[in-house]
Design a protein around this ligand. Structure first.
Ligand code: ATP
Ligand code: MG
Length: 243
């Protein structure tokens, strides 16, 4: 049984077939990369897997429990967390306030229901420390660099202790030092039991971080395997060169 899987998922927007019998699976403890040319359906798949879009057909399961058709809140309650391609933070609130706001979000509150204010404070402080933002806790989040905003977003999601975290282009637009730091944090979380599915165009980042890579092209999965194999796969090269 996979931790999280999408089986034969299709989704059209008007005449555009964003997903075409797409299959992706994530096993407990893995860091899986999801790559593919622009418009190949990666974000749409994330949206379907997290309840933000409804699939036309196919199945999404978390630990064998069907989640297609569930609300984002319900999916979150099952332990599936995600980030968005564009960061979602409140620029006028401080870093610390942003993390607390996240903890108060209704879908988080479900999993944190039994937490005391003290426990929430401890957890938020630990997480800001973990992503290297503790010293910036009183700075308005709008003043952070793009990379720091992404780290804040990740910290905010971690408040709810997801089992699997879907990251959409975490390394996009951030500098190499920050990318290395982000890789370290992801690996560290993975050692602590968090499973990852990561969409990313930065191949060095993907190849260095992921145990396994799935490749999408025109809404379907065209290859899946160890990073080193995927790199040499002619069908993958064709998909990139063709688009
Ligand atoms: N809400 C929508 N309405 C109409 N078309 C959409 C919508 N969302 C996605 N699409 C289309 O579906 C296809 C897949 O888009 P998607 O954003 O999933 O690709 P992607 O692999 O994430 O691309 P990128 O690497 O550029 O982020 C594209 O042709 C896109 O234009
Ligand atoms: Mg996308």
């Amino acid at each position: 049984m996979s931790l999280l899987e999408a089986v034969d998922v299709s989704k059209s927007f008007g005449g555009i077939r964003a997903l075409n019998a797409c299959c992706v699976h994530v096993e407990e403890g893995e860091i899986v990369g999801l790559i593919g040319p622009n418009g190949s359906g990666k974000t749409t798949l994330f949206n379907v897997m997290t309840g933000y879009e409804r699939a036309d057909s196919g199945m999404v399961r978390m630990r064998n429990k069907p989640i297609a058709g569930s609300s984002p809140r319900a999916v979150f309650g099952l332990g599936v967390g995600r980030t968005f391609q564009l960061t979602r933070i409140f620029p006028r609130l401080t870093v610390l306030e942003n993390a607390h706001v996240a903890a108060q979000r209704p879908n988080f509150a479900a999993s944190l229901g039994r937490w005391s204010a003290t426990k929430e404070r401890t957890r938020v402080t630990e997480l800001l420390d973990f992503v290297g933002l503790a010293r910036l806790r009183d700075v308005p989040a709008g003043n952070l660099s793009y990379g720091q905003k992404k780290l804040l977003e990740i910290a905010s999601i971690l408040v709810a202790e997801p089992k699997v975290l879907l990251l959409d282009e975490p390394a996009g637009g951030i500098n190499p030092t920050m990318i290395a730091y982000l890789s370290d944090r992801i690996r560290d979380l993975n050692h602590r039991g968090v499973t990852f599915l990561v969409v990313e165009h930065n191949m060095e980042f993907v190849m260095g971080l992921c145990n396994r890579v799935s490749v999408m092209h025109r809404g379907a999965t065209i290859a899946d395997g160890p990073a080193a194999e995927i790199r040499q796969n002619p069908a993958v090269l064709d998909a990139y060169l063709g688009d």
